[in-house]
Design a protein around this ligand. Structure first.
Ligand SMILES: Cc1cc2nc3c(=O)[nH]c(=O)nc-3n(C[C@H](O)[C@H](O)[C@H](O)COP(=O)(O)OP(=O)(O)OC[C@H]3O[C@@H](n4cnc5c(N)ncnc54)[C@H](O)[C@@H]3O)c2cc1C
Ligand code: FES
Ligand code: FES
Length: 466
């Protein structure tokens, strides 16, 4: 039995836990305000808010795409659709901003935008104009053009500057961002007991890979929530960072300890999918999907991470991430195993960089992506790890290139020679994302980009122009 609060209504459903939330909302509950567009997580027309109860009785709300969300993942949560944001007679703040800025025409995308902007309002932090634009990064409009929508988003963020941080929810209700019933939700959620971890079925993390391909077949199946068996916390202890496999991309960004080691993390993370998908996508899902261009795979390969793999009977083993990927989409994981967590050493002497080129800057998968972790002593490479995606059948750890660089003094000549070694250990193919020659060129440029970005006083673009 799946139980949750849908807007202001308590739901107890015996529907299969693999049914998509979008299907449940529209077909089982008849709430047609949530639109069904691409059903692949791209358009944001199906965006809803999911609220999770915190220990201090507050609720954290995030936007998600309901087309890729299994019912199991919303057990004991508050789900908000556009109907749950409506006020009896007047528009709420996000709706009014959209109307006043002429940011709607056919209206198909509008519920999704209103939900994303209302999710922004419910964040427990001071939000900037940039946050407002990020909040709608996963919403597509085919009619208006984006300027009018950006103006509406800016208007919402301006109004939020006066938010009373001591009593956020009271303020949001009084200012007509959300309806009055939101205040009763914490008490209602407390009455729902958790689902238990003994449920059997297809293992699903955020669903952002599985549901793109299998939403229709999973409709009639039960699923096992990965986050129930593996957790989603990040721990830093004695220089080692351990991240539970169910940790979502957004959790990485919100964790102060993790973020402090990666100065440019917000920039890197912005290149991964959209706000909604980042709120759902887990680390393990990215590794097990084993896409040759998986951004998290590339990021954590360069950190020389180790996976902790378990079985239900308690047996466990450790596998370096660089040995996990076997051949195209095949990984070192038996059917009765799951990834529990991943760990790597955090060292303040590390310099880290991530680069990604895709056809579109945002909401697109990579053509080529790469990451580097490097430690220098007096300009000599003490330790280095480089990963690259999109140039072989698996996310690739550049063994030869890193071996070549270790112990060498960094110079333009050494980097040019290292780049030639890199070219010898990649095997790109031509496909829809680019020709093999183009990917080789990108691999070259992004390799140099690492050093230009990390050591701008030592290396400039002109050094590498033939
Ligand atoms: C619109 C859109 C944009 C995207 N953009 C990007 C992008 O920019 N970069 C990128 O890298 N990816 C992108 N993705 C892909 C996807 O979001 C990521 O691969 C994500 O990390 C998958 O995680 P998930 O939890 O949603 O996986 P799921 O779909 O839940 O699961 C994927 C696989 O992992 C398995 N699995 C899940 N958890 C475990 C576990 N603990 N142990 C063992 N197996 C497990 C599942 O059984 C399944 O086989 C995008 C997807 C969409 C829909
Ligand atoms: S229908 Fe397009 S993102 Fe869900
Ligand atoms: S108003 Fe038509 S798709 Fe946005």
């Amino acid at each position: 039995m799946i139980e949750f609060i849908l807007n202001n209504k308590r739901i107890k459903s015996s529907a299969k836990s693999g049914m998509s939330l979008l299907h449940f909302i529209r077909e089982e509950q008849g709430l047609k305000g949530t639109k069904s567009g691409c059903k692949e997580g791209d358009c944001g027309a199906c965006t809803v808010l999911v609220g999770s109860l915190n220990k201090d009785n507050s609720i954290s709300y995030q936007s998600i795409t309901s087309c890729l969300t299994p019912l199991a993942n919303v057990h004991a949560k508050h789900i908000v659709t556009i109907e749950g944001l409506n006020r009896p007679k007047e528009l709420n703040v996000a709706q009014k901003a959209i109307k006043d800025n002429f940011a709607t025409q056919c209206g198909f995308c509008t519920p999704g935008f209103v939900n994303s902007l209302s999710g922004l309002a419910l964040q427990h932090k001071k939000v900037s104009k940039e946050d407002a634009i990020n909040a709608i990064s996963g919403n597509i409009c085919r009619c208006t053009g984006y300027k009018s929508i950006e103006k509406a988003a800016e208007e919402v963020s301006n109004k939020l500057q006066n938010k009373d941080s001591t009593n956020e929810l009271e303020w949001l209700v009084a200012e007509h961002f959300v309806p009055d019933y939101f205040k009763e939700i914490p008490e209602k959620l407390k009455q729902i007991t958790s689902r238990g971890s003994d449920v059997e079925g297809v293992l699903v993390g955020g669903g952002t890979d599985l549901y793109v391909r299998h939403a229709d077949t999973l409709l009639d199946q039960d699923i096992q929530q990965a986050t129930h068996i593996v957790g989603h916390t990040i721990r830093v202890h004695d220089g080692v960072c351990t991240i539970d496999a169910g940790t979502r991309v957004t959790d990485l960004l919100n964790h102060k300890g993790f973020k402090s080691y990666f100065v440019k993390l917000p920039e890197f993370i912005k290149l991964i999918s959209s706000e909604q998908i980042r709120n759902m996508a887990t680390l393990a899902g990215n590794f097990v999907n084993a896409s040759p261009i998986g951004d998290l795979s590339i990021f954590f390969l360069a950190l020389d991470s180790t996976l902790h793999i378990k079985k239900a009977n308690g047996d466990s083993r450790y596998v370096p991430l660089k040995s996990f990927f076997r051949t195209y989409k095949k990984v070192d994981l038996a059917e009765d195993e799951f990834i529990a967590d991943l760990s790597f050493e955090l060292d303040n002497n590390n310099h880290f960089n991530f680069e990604k080129v895709s056809k579109r800057t945002h909401l697109d998968i990579a053509t080529v992506n790469t990451a580097i972790r490097i430690q220098l002593t007096n300009n000599v490479v003490y330790d280095v790890a480089i990963s690259i995606g999109g140039v072989a059948a698996i996310p690739t750890y550049l063994h030869k290139t890193t071996r070549f660089l270790k112990g060498k003094e960094l110079s333009v000549v050494v980097l040019i020679a290292a780049q030639e070694v890199l070219q010898s250990e990649i095997t790109p193919i031509s496909d829809v994302r680019g020709t093999a020659a183009y990917k080789r060129l990108l691999a070259r440029q992004l390799f140099y980009a690492h050093f230009i970005s990390l050591f701008p006083n030592q290396f400039q673009l002109k050094d590498f122009i033939a």
